[in-house]
Design a protein around this ligand. Structure first.
Ligand code: NAP
Length: 279
């Protein structure tokens, strides 16, 4: 079955919209506000930020884009983040990654106040996540869990293989799945016998960033395949999974586009709303 990420995301967005209407707008209160910081120089980031701004408007949420020059210094970026940390009208802050190479993604993300860290990537919030004391989790990882829940896919005791160990996706989703009592294996570029490890997975999550990397040799019959990859090619957006060779083997599979991507945006809206309620 091909999972319709757009439809699942639409349900989440509708719930967020209704909650904003009920708890803010109908009471004359200012709705939550998402601030997205973009350091110029990355085309894909421009597209992502524009779609986040549009998504905010679609649910009645406010947003502000803080656009910074590519040659911004570390000190100036820190100051911009601190301005947003101290702005009471801002509920959540998202620093669009990757940053230009003279800046350190992890260091800069950690300047965001944990209370406004909408992608749950500050060291404090990651500590909470890995201790199962989190209020929110990274948007993409949350979206993957929502997909599995929506499709009533059993997680308890299942063999889950996650390819990719970034904080943003691989490590976070692996952790959430382990908290849901899956048996989780995390693979990366140094993993030996990757095909064999993956072939043992009941649920295979792929977050590598290499177009069509995972083919039928990696997938067990009736496995659930979640393709996180977004690769921009001359043929448009392509996932990390070779969809055509895997779709008839998998019991469930997410397409690219239209799979995990829309969930990431929907969960960003939901996380912003949650942070606003906790502030
Ligand atoms: P990342 O930080 O570059 O991490 C990639 C991971 O893949 C690393 O852990 C790397 O291993 C591993 N890897 C690379 N080549 C491999 C190989 N040949 N075999 C096994 N593992 C390999 O990327 P990311 O931020 O996690 O993103 C991954 C993909 O997801 C990208 O395509 C990105 O655009 C996409 N993405 C999509 C969404 C969405 O909403 N759908 C959100 C975020 C990201 P090492 O650690 O050993 O280097």
């Amino acid at each position: 079955m091909i999972i319709d990420g757009k439809a699942i995301a639409a349900e989440i967005k509708e719930n967020v919209k209704q909650e904003i209407e009920r708890d803010y707008l109908s009471k004359g209160l200012t709705p939550p506000k998402l601030a997205c910081i973009i350091v110029e120089g990355n085309k894909a980031s421009e597209v992502y930020v524009a779609s986040k701004e549009k998504a905010c408007a679609s649910v009645g949420m406010e947003s502000v884009i803080v656009r910074l020059k590519e040659d911004i210094t570390k000190e100036q970026l820190k100051m911009e983040i601190e301005k947003l940390n101290n702005d009471d009208s801002v509920s959540g802050i998202l620093l669009q990654l990757p940053l230009p190479s003279h800046l350190d993604d992890k260091e800069a993300t950690n300047w965001i106040s944990p209370k406004k860290d909408v992608d749950c990537l500050t060291f404090e919030n990651l500590g909470a996540l890995f201790s199962a004391r989190h209020i929110i989790a990274p948007c993409t990882a949350t979206g993957i869990i929502k997909i599995l829940n929506h499709e009533n896919i059993d997680i308890v005791g299942k063999n889950v293989v996650v390819i990719g160990r970034s904080l943003l996706v691989g490590k976070s989703v692996a952790n959430l799945l382990e908290q849901k009592n899956a048996t989780v294996t995390i693979c990366h570029s140094k993993t030996k016998d990757l095909e064999m490890v993956c072939k043992n997975a009941d649920i295979l999550v792929v977050a590598i960033g290499k177009p069509n990397f995972v083919n039928e040799n990696y997938v067990k019959k009736d496995a659930v395949v979640i393709d996180v990859g977004i690769n921009r090619t001359d043929n448009g957006l392509i996932g990390d999974v070779d969809f055509s060779s895997v779709k008839d083997i998998a019991s469930y599979i997410t397409p690219v586009p239209g799979g995990v991507g829309p969930l990431t945006v929907a969960c960003l809206l939901e996380n912003t709303l949650i942070l606003d309620k906790y502030k």
